[in-house]
Ligand binder design. Structure first.
Ligand code: ATP
Ligand code: MG
Length: 189
């Protein structure tokens, strides 16, 4: 099981999401920090999301070292709130070359990490939006994926199948805020 976020990790995440407001001005990291203290949610532009993905890539790499099984991240939030966009930026942060596409109809996509990555072999991207029963979940091969500590498993709409999967190491909640901004909350187990 991964460690709880340290105060330093929290500060790193918060400082990544200093973000543009709707009028184009830049919100300071401190402002993001204050938002977080009050509500637990950070306000992020797409650029801020890319920076946050980079910080989370470093964190997941560290978290995977203390686990005997895969690292599991659940992304929750409604349609168009930024889950796939985050995974695209995370893949980019890990220098994964293939283009990330949403696996809404096929349920699961596999991507290979570059050989230079010492922790992970595969990024497994699952979309649970259309999953209704346990057999839908099992059909993705998730059980096998979760056994391997060299897998990073990311599940969009993971809250829909929470009773059939283990507790995630990290849950990222996305809320639509404005056309260009999202509210994001990180919850660690
Ligand atoms: N601050 C932001 N963060 C994330 N996405 C943003 C932001 N601002 C605008 N967008 C845009 O919002 C859209 C988010 O779409 P995305 O496919 O990532 O959503 P999703 O949560 O995966 O939706 P679905 O539930 O349908 O899979 C993208 O077109 C992205 O460019
Ligand atoms: Mg999506």
């Amino acid at each position: 099981m991964a460690q709880k976020f340290t105060p330093l990790e929290r500060r790193r995440f918060l400082s990544a999401v200093e973000t543009e407001t709707t009028d184009g001005s830049v919100m300071s990291p401190l402002a993001s920090c204050e938002v977080s203290v009050l509500t637990g949610f950070m306000t992020v532009s797409e650029k801020g999301l890319a920076r946050l993905a980079k910080r989370i890539s470093s964190w997941t790499a560290g978290a995977s070292q203390v686990k005997p099984c895969a690292t599991l991240v659940v992304l929750s939030g409604n349609l168009g709130s930024g889950k796939t966009t985050f995974i695209k930026y995370l893949a980019r942060a890990f220098k994964i070359k293939s283009k990330v596409h949403s696996p809404t109809f096929v349920f699961v996509h596999e991507y290979h990490f570059p050989k230079s990555n010492a922790q992970f072999l595969k990024l497994i991207h699952i979309d649970a939006y259309r999953m209704e029963k346990r057999s839908d979940v099992a059909a993705t091969g998730i059980k096998q994926y979760l056994k391997d500590p060299q897998n990073l498993v990311l599940i969009e709409w993971g809250e829909r199948i929470s009773k059939w999967i283990p507790k995630p190491d990290l849950t990222i909640k996305f809320l639509h805020h404005t056309p260009k901004l999202r509210k994001i909350r990180l919850l660690q187990n």
